[in-house]
Design a protein around this ligand. Structure first.
Ligand SMILES: *Cc1c(COP(=O)(O)O)cnc(C)c1O
Length: 244
């Protein structure tokens, strides 16, 4: 039986979306970008299929999940929806790599060489190329996944590894992703986003063609991320409300 989402919740989701879209538009205006250059990925982890359906009805086509085992049943429950693109945005355990190959339009969270190698192998076996982003740890927080850009010694080898990963035959690397540290004032994380945009320029100069996308910015910091060049923002709470 279909889980019910009250009309009240549907209206809240629609109005949350409207506000997010307006704020994306305003951020684009401030920095002279077109709103079409910023794709909104609605983050649906912990949300019911019916909440996803409400966002779909309000026009969203890109949905982000952070766990494969939560995403797959939700996708199954919503398979009647047309032209939906599912994004994997969370940490993928190496042994679960094969199950992330196929269902997702884009995997944002390729965060280490070992995972890249597993995904590559699974994609080659499945005769497809997996579109993905390479996740970077810009701030150096120990709790963050991704290639380490925070420590000067780490950076050149991180870039070497990322270029190698971009050449794996089963992967189609299309850009970079990062998560900024939690901060009360989003201005404090602006340098994190700027750093990722700089890295993209370096990688593009060194190995052209794989770095168009920058997935950065969440509920608390997406406007700053857009000003620094985000092409995708991943937003949950500003659309669906606080997680219960
Ligand atoms: C949960 C999550 C988001 C969205 O976070 P909100 O603060 O709800 O907007 C974005 N990216 C990742 C990787 C997440 O896990």
């Amino acid at each position: 039986m279909r889980e019910m989402v009250a009309a009240h919740d549907k209206r809240q989701i629609a109005s949350g979306l409207e506000q997010v879209r307006r704020r994306i538009g305003q951020a684009c205006t401030r920095c002279g970008r077109a709103p079409e250059q910023v794709r909104l990925v609605a983050v649906t982890k912990g949300r019911s299929p019916e909440a996803v359906r409400a966002a779909y009805q309000a026009g969203v086509r890109d949905f982000g999940e952070n766990r494969v085992e939560e995403a797959l049943p939700k996708m199954e429950a919503l398979r009647d929806l047309d032209d939906v693109r599912w994004h994997m945005i969370g940490h993928v355990q190496s042994r679960k790599a094969p199950s992330a190959v196929g269902p997702f339009a884009l995997v944002h969270s390729v965060d280490r060489t070992k995972l890249a190698a597993r995904l590559d192998r699974a994609a080659v076996e499945a005769h497809l190329r997996l579109r993905c982003l390479l996740e970077c740890n810009v701030s150096g927080e120990a709790s963050k996944e991704g290639w380490d850009l925070a420590h000067a010694q780490g950076q050149p080898s991180a870039m070497d590894e990322m270029v190698e990963v971009a050449h794996l035959p089963g992967l189609e690397v299309v850009g970079l992703m990062t998560m900024a540290p939690l901060a009360a004032d989003p201005e404090t994380v602006r340098p994190v986003f700027r750093r990722l945009a700089d890295l993209r320029r370096h990688l593009e100069a060194r190995s052209p063609g794989s770095w168009a996308e920058l997935s950065m910015g969440m509920t608390d910091d997406f406007e700053v991320a857009i000003e620094e060049g985000a092409t995708m923002v991943r937003i949950g709470r500003a659309i669906f409300g606080e997680r219960g």
